[in-house]
Design a protein around this ligand. Structure first.
Ligand code: BG6
Length: 503
């Protein structure tokens, strides 16, 4: 029996289930989905008899596929997780299916017969394929009798290219699956610290009273990556950082920081609160876009002592204006957040890999200690999602190393990698198991997708209308200087992971 949850607790099925992965030979499958399934198996969360159907285009020999999967697992699992024997038994669950998604032929029929041998068990279809073929894939699932009350479909971002294309994709899927059976993934929501952000906010009275424009000065949400195109040039050059990262991951994080408390921790209440935040985001007109956004593109530079090529060289073509970096200032026009700037930043080929949310509190209203006691830093709550997960609160305290009355910043530290040794966080594993357990709390509702695009589209359109091109930044840096200027205008600076003084 699948343990269904009404809140966002992780639940694990005791009964066998089926997962069908479309796009089994793609980058996402090798990097994220297979490692997540292997971990699920190793942790005993893949009940005996469960089946993993991995669909690849027909020109691939199943044994060759498994060899490739073996290599990928060794590469993408953490040290110590992989074993030859483990992989061998994991393969007992796997069936490699040759299938051309777009072609209705005998191979669909064969797969349908296998799946419908177990028509009453939970079945998850994972569409790790381009959104342009979501529609035809769902159509065939329906035509071959594969959509039933036990089936759900998981779809990967990006959902569309703009509001209109997202609507078209969502409409296509909705022809065959009810909204309740559609699980739109944003893997950032599966990260443990992201869920902990909600736990922190909604279970601690101190944050209930210290979470608004009266106490918070500004918020920074920053995801910096060291990787470049990673073989996804075709997709990335069409998308760019705003569509790839801001429309989904960064706006989702912003929602979790800014939303009101849901009345219950269930999917509909959480999603309703997130939608209210997206609706309250101040729209940007052309002149706002020029003032509040910075886009960049990396050129060759030195990353950790190694010279790496620029974006255009990696892409292999000149003249692309695709942004690989975005920094922007957003406002949420409601009572809680009135006039509090939210600074969002993301980029490829940056100096460090990190993802952090920094809540900067206001300065104390009146300084009672003299200037000779040292600088008074405002409190800061730092929620780090990557590379390690931690939450820190910086505070001022008396320096106990001296009898003099000197002030010194100290940190309240919740370092999860220390506290939960051996725990392996894997957002994809968590989200796949949630989909099996019919728990959509950490997935995106269609309304969220629509509202996010409604805010993003005018930014893209203003960039397209402008003659400006992205500002260049060196690979291995923190982005173009204009990004620093964006914050300097307001008297702030970015907290660059590993560089600022975490007291
Ligand atoms: C994906 C983007 O959604 O997130 C990638 O498409 C990006 O471009 C990735 O590299 C980052 O995820 P994470 O979990 O490694 O920070």
């Amino acid at each position: 029996m699948t343990t269904q949850t009404t809140d966002n607790r992780q639940s694990v099925s005791a009964e066998p289930f089926d997962i069908v992965i479309f796009g089994g030979a793609g980058d996402l499958a090798f990097r994220k989905i297979l490692p997540a399934l292997y971990r699920t198996y190793c942790e005993g969360k893949l009940p005996e008899g469960s089946r993993l159907f991995i669909c690849c285009r027909g020109d691939r020999d199943p044994n060759a596929y498994l060899e490739q999967a073996d290599v990928a697992l060794q590469e993408y699992l953490s040290p110590g997780e992989y074993s030859k024997a483990g992989f061998k038994t994991f393969c007992d669950y796997v069936q490699v299916v040759e299938l051309d998604i777009a072609t209705s032929d005998q191979r669909w029929q064969v797969m349908a017969e296998k799946l419908n041998n177990e028509a009453d068990r939970v079945r998850v279809y994972y569409l790790a394929i381009p959104p342009t073929i979501f529609g035809i894939c769902c159509h065939h699932l329906h035509d071959y009798g594969l959509v039933n009350r036990h089936s759900r479909v998981v779809v990967e971002k990006p959902l569309g290219y703009d509001a209109a294309s997202a609507t078209a994709i969502n409409n296509e899927i909705a022809r065959y699956f009810d909204e309740a059976a559609i699980y739109r993934i944003d893997h950032y929501l599966g990260k443990e610290t992201v869920q902990n952000l909600m736990a922190l906010r909604f279970t601690n009275v101190i944050f209930e009273h210290l979470w608004d424009a009266k106490t918070i000065d500004h918020v920074q949400i920053s995801i910096s990556e060291t990787v470049g195109l990673e073989g996804r040039a075709g997709f990335y050059n069409e998308a760019g950082a705003l569509r790839d990262m801001v429309q989904n991951h960064l706006l989702q994080l912003l929602c979790l920081v800014a939303m009101e408390s849901p009345h219950k921790m269930n999917a509909s209440s959480i999603r309703a609160e997130k939608v209210k935040v997206l609706e309250a985001l101040r729209p940007m007109r052309d002149e706002d876009v020029m003032r509040h956004t910075v886009r960049g593109q990396y050129v060759a530079g030195n990353q950790k002592g190694k010279l790496v090529p620029g974006y255009l060289e990696e892409l292999g073509e000149a003249g692309s204006n695709t942004e690989t970096f975005v920094a922007l200032r957003a406002y949420i026009d409601n009572w809680r957040w009135s006039r509090v700037p939210f600074y969002l930043r993301t980029g490829k080929r940056m100096k460090q890999r990190s993802a952090e949310i920094v809540i900067q509190y206001k300065e104390v209203s009146h300084r009672v200690y003299g200037a000779d006691t040292g600088p008074l830093l405002p409190n800061r709550l730092i929620i780090r999602l990557q590379p390690e997960e931690s939450i820190q609160l910086s505070m001022m305290s008396k320096d106990l190393d001296t009898l003099d009355m000197n002030l010194k910043p100290v940190t309240l530290n919740l370092n999860f990698s220390e506290a939960y040794k051996g725990f392996k966080s894997d957002a994809y594993k968590r989200l796949i198991l949630d989909a099996v357990a019919a728990n959509p709390s950490l997935f995106i509702h269609r309304d969220e997708v629509d509202h996010a695009w409604a805010w993003i589209d005018p930014i893209i359109e203003a960039w397209q209308r402008s003659d400006d091109t992205p500002h260049l930044y060196r690979a291995g840096s923190w982005g173009p200087p204009e990004s620093d200027e964006l914050l300097a205008e307001d008297g702030f600076s970015w907290f660059n992971a590993g560089e600022y003084q975490a007291p």
